[in-house]
Design a protein around this ligand. Sequence first.
Ligand SMILES: NC(=O)c1ccc[n+]([C@@H]2O[C@H](COP(=O)([O-])OP(=O)(O)OC[C@H]3O[C@@H](n4cnc5c(N)ncnc54)[C@H](OP(=O)(O)O)[C@@H]3O)[C@@H](O)[C@H]2O)c1
Length: 363
Amino acid sequence: MPLSGQHAFVTGGGRGIGRAIAAALARAGAAVTVIGRSEAPLRAAVAAGAAAGCAVADVTDAAALKRQVSAAEAARGPIAILVNNAGWVASGPFSKADASVFRSMWDVHVMGAVHATQAVLPGMIAAGFGRIVNVASIAGLKGYAYVSAYCAAKHALVGLTRALAAETAASGVTVNAVCPGYTDTDLVRESATRVAAKTGRTEADVLAEYRRDAPIGRLIQPEEVACKEVIEGEVRRRLRENFDVTLPRFDLMSQLYRAPKAMPLGELSQRMMVSNGNVTGLVDRLVEQGLINRRPSPKDRRAQLVSLTAEGRRFFRAMARANADWIADMLVDLSSEEIDTLMRLLAKTKASARKAIGNGGPR
Ligand SMILES: NC(=O)c1ccc[n+]([C@@H]2O[C@H](COP(=O)([O-])OP(=O)(O)OC[C@H]3O[C@@H](n4cnc5c(N)ncnc54)[C@H](OP(=O)(O)O)[C@@H]3O)[C@@H](O)[C@H]2O)c1
């Protein structure tokens, strides 16, 4: 099993998305620890096989969290995978959100991730390996009415993820965020109840509005968020082990492979939805490896054009073939109709997310 022998620590792992992530990691062979503030759902997760152990801790309490990280490591070994998922949503008009509302969102979404990360990162760096995944939200990329404090905190979590990914880039530790849309969990249902109570609408009405707002026309199931993480994690591992390539480098080469001519660096960074600085770092490495060319644009000497070299095209084709086999292998239990529907919905979701965050160009 791909994750056997690895200890994964999932905050808020007793319910909703966290529970689905814990179960998916456990199915992939990891020894999972789940934490949260209430004991019953955590114990239920252990009883159902979604986790090997659990502990009660509030992620806003740095000392308590550190104690539980040490206890979990004593029981199941050093933590190799951390999923910062714990959270809740405060909703209401901005004019009624006082400082305490903003602080509570900041404390759970940003400082919760900071405390857990600070407790595990030194061990990951010493081991030369670690995977940190922050469960942010589409509200970390786009603004939504009546959840200003939540949106502000989730945007900050995305910023923290980007900064930490840059800081740990050479250490073997990767830091990523997932940004789910409306997912069918207690969080969304409780939010719908609150909105219904405040606006005099029915809960069914509010949930219908959430569904309309979702690109796939329905709420996402928690298992779908977990599934993305597991498949992506496995692809990252296989790319690294078989080709010594990171997923961002593979993505960059795939953009260039499909482009009819050399691409300006700015366009490449827009297509990959990452900053110019991050793209420049990736390009530098690939130029050093002789896989891509970089030259000044004849139209504007300050702009850079990049394209794959002949060796780069050959190398990318080999990786793409292997990648297609790995994905086919991982989707073996789905019928071809189910795969078609999945791909169509993923493309629609991606186009909608790009439009929402202002990178609307076709890919
Ligand atoms: N549902 C969505 O539509 C959606 C969309 C995008 C992102 N997200 C994000 O996904 C994450 C999980 O949300 P969910 O929808 O799965 O919600 P959920 O079903 O309400 O689960 C939230 C989990 O977080 C735990 N938790 C909350 N505050 C905590 C704290 N201070 N310390 C430790 N644990 C805490 C809860 O356990 P206890 O209550 O026992 O502590 C629970 O296990 C959140 O960060 C949320 O913002 C959700």
